[in-house]
Design a protein around this ligand. Structure first.
Ligand SMILES: [Zn+2]
Length: 123
């Protein structure tokens, strides 16, 4: 029934992945994906694209101030990092005999993880 008729957006990295930033002011930085926003093809990476927000005091005892937090970056601007090689490497997608997809580092051949697809998709 579900043969990919409807377009499924997906970022190539997901929460928990370690990624390498390719462009922008944080180019060369490495960080962990805190959140992926597949509908916008964006990701939020720990310590990357920090923005300063002025927070207004909300209610009694609360102090306003300046907070620093991560803003999302385009997922095409980050590259998945191999835990073994460290730096951003080329990641390939391979399929096992049983039809399971997995991501693999093209440099060292290490399997990064199994890709959950279709009904296996985690929540
Ligand atoms: Zn590797």
């Amino acid at each position: 029934m579900d043969k990919g008729t409807k377009e499924r957006k997906r970022t190539h990295v997901k929460k928990g992945d370690t990624v390498f930033v390719l462009t922008g002011k944080d180019r060369g930085k490495k960080g962990k994906v805190l959140k992926s926003i597949p509908s916008e093809m964006r990701v939020i990476v720990e310590g990357v694209n920090m923005v300063t927000k002025h927070k207004r005091p909300t209610g009694r005892g609360q102090q306003g101030g300046i907070i620093h937090q991560e803003a999302s970056v385009d997922s095409s601007n980050v590259m998945l990092c191999c835990p073994k090689c460290g730096a951003g490497t080329r990641i390939g997608m391979e399929v096992t005999d049983t039809g399971r997809k997995y991501r693999k580092c093209k440099k060292c051949g290490d399997v990064i993880d199994i890709v959950l697809d279709g009904k296996d998709q985690g929540r």
